[in-house]
Design a protein around this ligand. Structure first.
Ligand code: PAF
Length: 288
């Protein structure tokens, strides 16, 4: 695996790969890698001849500075994991390399409704920061294939929108949304899990169990009682739920009364011992 810290070096190398007719797969990450990330590398290896992974803890997407400073950093282990997984290259820039003129504040991405719900409303500015860095990374890497994890469901929709906003630069990039990988107890793999102690890691599986319960108990009609019940159960087990929601799987429009047909995704965000965890599940596939 080749390690690049400078944009110019990475670009020159990518140019030579393209001249040799190689397609490029890209896996953007913030490091603290786990099997979920490695499964994205695996997908990239199937889709493209060359895989570039980036590790960059992007300061512009953290609305809470404490969250940024506590984000786990495990670079040496990450490098070993990526090399073993068969990533062709790692892009490991520092902050000035990505933001040479300081924090870019002027550009506003028109994300519309997507930015007003769920993580959009709970974490103001978060998706603008995600778009800022992802656009920058995509301009640098110019991949053919982009691998994203379904665990960040709303982020997948936001980045799909970003590609549309990028016009020609985004058109040629094919997004692959890869399934969430889970621990044995069902907990969605996430870098943030590293901040949980052993007991909380066990307890955190309740988020996945709650999603399964929603799928099990889902009935056409008013959804508020089910959402309140699940939120109450999480609270009584020591979580601070941020949201328990059911939404249209394509648009993320929140669904209050379900017709029994619309494609639905259940999404949960909850704090456990100060760590914000998210997870989601497609609970109903469209029948028409
Ligand atoms: O999902 C993440 O790890 C980050 O939001 C991403 C896409 C790498 C952008 O910083």
């Amino acid at each position: 695996m080749i390690l690049f810290k400078k944009i110019t070096d990475l670009r020159n190398w990518l140019e030579s790969q393209r001249k040799n007719g190689k397609s490029i797969g890209f896996v953007p990450t913030m490091g603290a890698l786990h099997q979920g990330h490695l499964s994205l590398i695996e997908t990239s290896k199937q889709k493209a001849e060359v895989t570039v992974c980036s590790i960059f803890v992007n300061p512009t997407q953290f609305n809470d500075p404490a969250d940024f400073s506590k984000y786990p950093v495990t670079i040496e282990k990450d490098i070993e994991l990526l090399a073993a997984a068969g990533s062709t290259a790692l892009f490991l820039p520092d902050v000035p390399e990505i933001y040479p003129n300081g924090r870019p504040e002027s550009k506003k991405y028109e994300l519309g409704y997507l930015e007003t719900v769920l993580d959009g409303s709970s974490r103001p500015g978060h998706f603008q920061g995600v778009c800022t860095v992802v656009e920058r990374l995509l301009e640098i890497v110019a991949p053919d294939h982009l691998m994203l994890g379904q665990k960040d469901y709303q982020q997948c929709l936001v980045i799909t929108r970003l590609l549309a906003l990028m016009g020609n630069a985004g058109n040629g990039i094919q997004i692959h949304i890869c399934p969430t990988l889970r621990e044995e107890n069902g907990l969605a793999m996430s870098s943030r899990n590293m901040r949980l102690n052993e007991a909380d890691r066990e307890k955190a599986a309740l988020i996945h169990q709650s999603l399964l319960q929603i799928r099990e108990e889902l009935q056409p009609g008013e959804l508020a009682p089910l959402k309140h019940k699940i939120s109450g159960l999480l609270s009584s087990d020591g979580f601070q739920p941020d949201y328990v929601e059911l939404a249209n799987a394509k648009t993320l429009a929140l669904v209050e009364v379900w017709d029994g047909k619309e494609e639905l995704v259940a999404l949960i965000a909850a704090f456990l011992s100060g760590v914000r965890l998210i997870d989601n599940m497609l609970v109903h596939k469209a029948t028409e």
